[in-house]
Write a protein that binds this ligand. Structure first.
Ligand SMILES: NC(=O)c1ccc[n+]([C@@H]2O[C@H](COP(=O)([O-])OP(=O)(O)OC[C@H]3O[C@@H](n4cnc5c(N)ncnc54)[C@H](OP(=O)(O)O)[C@@H]3O)[C@@H](O)[C@H]2O)c1
Length: 341
């Protein structure tokens, strides 16, 4: 079987055990997958190539972790497919059947789109891969033959033992593993909560494992997300809180930075300079907190001299309830994440 995995890439050791048709040309002259070609071993499917999936994929491609020719991405609209295929030089289609035939799939649609996406994947399963089932038991380490009438999911036969099951990584806010496993019964499921700073390799990703996820696949997922930032494994019950802080947090912090810059403009600085200085203040403060291993209260007290400028500003922030507003913002985001699931 041909593998499209670049040197130094994060390999999928289970890919050979996931049987599918390995026929047809893998790539056109431009390196992109030819229409109708089967997903090769080591292919990476992406269902929903929006902001979050791109924030993950682009640095992984730039660093050679994922080979563009091995990506089978699906989006909803022809306009997005055309635009992304041209700008990223990837195989992007509105037909998700190729993506669903990969050994690992990143699911990154909106939670509201999940049901439609799952129905499509299930319909593929009933049809079988590319209209014809692969020979059962094909592939090294394959599990035993299937029981008669056992369904196909995502074009891949289900097998007892689990070693032939492909991997589904869902980044959908709030959507529980139990629901994912119900919608995608032939898949090993992982919930991942990445954030957009993954785009600059400063990300944070929370991971919660589905039932029966073997060590091989766990290692693969850890390695993948570690290439774009820090990985935190935590109980699924804590993922909504994790998301509220780390995924919604960049927007909250950006709002604070924007408001600080507005304040500097009100105080007399030119806009561009105020923005630049606000960014640098954020970056410097984050570095000081991190490298100095400081509690935020310690840093605040370090900067606040008696009857000085900083304490005058802090007094205004407390009067306006900024601290409470930020606490409520994180709580609201966590509650919304639970609702979406
Ligand atoms: N953004 C974040 O910071 C963040 C953080 C953590 C988790 N998440 C989660 O990531 C997921 C995606 O969020 P996002 O911000 O990236 O959303 P987005 O930019 O709107 O992307 C959604 C993508 O899904 C595609 N899509 C919709 N229906 C589809 C279908 N039936 N088949 C295939 N593709 C389909 C869309 O295609 P079109 O462009 O053609 O419509 C688009 O590419 C959400 O579930 C969110 O909860 C996001």
């Amino acid at each position: 079987m041909r593998r499209l995995v670049p040197p130094g890439a994060v390999r999928m050791p289970w890919a050979d055990a996931v049987p599918w048709a390995d026929s047809g040309p893998l790539a056109d002259a431009g390196g992109r997958a030819a229409a109708g070609s089967a997903a090769p071993a080591g292919s990476f499917g992406i269902v929903g190539l929006g902001r979050m999936a791109q924030a993950l994929l682009l640095p992984l491609i730039a660093d050679g972790v994922i080979e563009p020719a091995s990506v089978r991405a699906a989006v909803a609209s022809e306009a997005s497919a055309r635009q992304l295929a041209a700008s990223l030089d990837l195989a992007v289609s509105t037909d998700a059947s190729q993506a669903w035939r990969c050994a690992a799939v990143l699911l990154a649609v909106k939670p509201q789109q999940l049901q439609a996406v799952a129905s499509f994947a299930a319909s593929l399963g009933q049809l079988g891969p590319a209209g014809s089932s692969p020979p059962l038991g094909a592939g090294s380490g394959a599990a035993g033959p299937l029981a008669a009438g056992q369904p196909l999911v995502g074009g891949l036969p289900l097998a007892a033992g689990g070693e032939r099951r492909p991997l589904l990584i869902s980044v959908l806010a709030g959507v529980r593993l139990e629901r994912l496993q119900g919608l995608f019964p032939g898949w090993c499921c992982v919930r991942a909560v990445p954030n957009t700073p993954c785009l600059v390799r400063q990300g944070l990703t929370g991971l919660a494992w589905g039932a029966d996820l073997d060590p091989q696949r766990r290692d693969w997922v850890r390695l993948l997300f570690a290439r774009v930032g820090e990985v935190v494994e935590l109980p699924e019950s804590q993922l909504d809180a994790f998301l509220a802080l780390t995924s919604s947090g960049p927007a909250f912090v950006a709002l604070v930075v924007e408001a600080l810059a507005d304040g500097a403009v009100a105080a007399g600085l030119p806009r561009l300079q105020a923005q630049h200085l606000a960014h640098r203040t954020l970056a410097g403060t984050a570095a000081l907190l991190h490298e100095g291993d400081l509690h935020p209260g310690q840093l605040k007290d370090m900067v606040s001299s008696p009857a000085g400028t900083t304490i005058a500003g802090l007094r205004e922030l407390e009067r306006a309830g900024v601290r409470s507003a930020l606490i409520e913002a994180v709580l609201a985001a966590a509650a919304r994440s639970r609702e979406l699931g």
